[in-house]
Write a new protein. Structure first.
Length: 269
């Protein structure tokens, strides 16, 4: 690949379409970003509020998509300022689920934009809630038309979420967008999961397409148990006078203490 600072460019990512599937993770902490980079993950998704220079450094050679939060950002200028700020901090592209006009304005400004088709969580009411999209011919055609509109306004890619695998295959063959699949089967251009699902620390509902590789929640529960136990022991030590011990305090010689007390008496006079 042609690299900049050892990171793939948009052109590099596009060149992989149809050649191999990329890996992508949604991460929330520098530790997760650094682990993904060390593991050789191709792409990361990081939302703007936690996107910092520290996260950029932790992400290493990963191509990073920075999410611009729909509903937090509202106006075109909101999105433009946030997108430029993200790029200046080292983003490789931005995610935008706003209007076609907003997306086009960002793309026209030369910012690589990824949008969203299929199940779009922030707009799920329009497709019947949090469920699969594209299970009928008409619904699948609607997804394809959405893809074509994103192509026309200059998008770089699109998250393709919870659509039938064979629909994803036919769409992928007919678009130049890089399709980041979440629950779209094996035919998207990237397989995209949330780190919390991979690590087994998801709170609440876990999507059907998620796969868990470790049980971090059990470790978190164990650590919380130990945390409470340690705090309880500390309180007990204070209550019984076991803490602080001599070694936890600073000593003063008898001579200096006597001089100090004598000085206090003079001050009181």
């Amino acid at each position: 690949m042609g690299l900049k600072n050892n990171r793939p460019t948009v052109a590099d990512i596009r060149a992989q379409k149809g050649k191999r599937q990329l890996t992508m993770l949604y991460v929330e902490t520098p530790d997760e970003a650094a682990a993904a980079a060390a593991a050789g993950i191709d792409m990361l998704s990081i939302i703007a509020p936690v996107w910092t220079s520290e996260m950029r450094e932790a992400a290493g050679d990963c191509f990073v998509q920075v999410g611009l939060l729909y509903g937090v950002l509202v106006t075109l200028e909101d999105y433009q300022r946030a997108a430029h700020a993200a790029m200046q901090t080292g983003a490789d592209c931005v995610y935008c689920a706003s209007s076609f006009g907003t997306i086009k304005a960002l793309a026209d400004d030369g910012i690589p934009v990824v949008s969203h088709v299929g199940l779009i969580p922030s707009k799920a009411t329009w497709t019947g809630g949090f469920k699969a999209v594209g299970k009928t011919a008409q619904s699948a055609l609607d997804v394809m038309r959405h893809i074509e509109q994103l192509e026309a306004i200059g998008c770089f890619g699109a998250e393709l979420e919870v659509v039938p695998d064979r629909v994803a295959l036919e769409i992928s063959k007919r678009t130049n967008l890089v399709l980041l699949g979440m629950g779209a089967g094996p035919y998207a251009d990237a397989q995209y999961l949330f780190a919390e699902d991979v690590l087994g620390c998801t709170a609440g509902h876990k999507p059907r397409h998620a796969k868990t590789y470790r049980n971090f929640q059990a470790e978190f529960d164990r650590l919380q148990y130990e945390r409470i136990a340690a705090f309880r022991e500390f309180k007990q030590d204070v209550d019984t006078g076991a803490y602080p011990e001599t070694g936890h305090s600073i000593a003063i010689s008898d001579t200096e203490l006597a001089a100090f007390i004598e000085g206090l008496e003079k001050v009181r006079i």
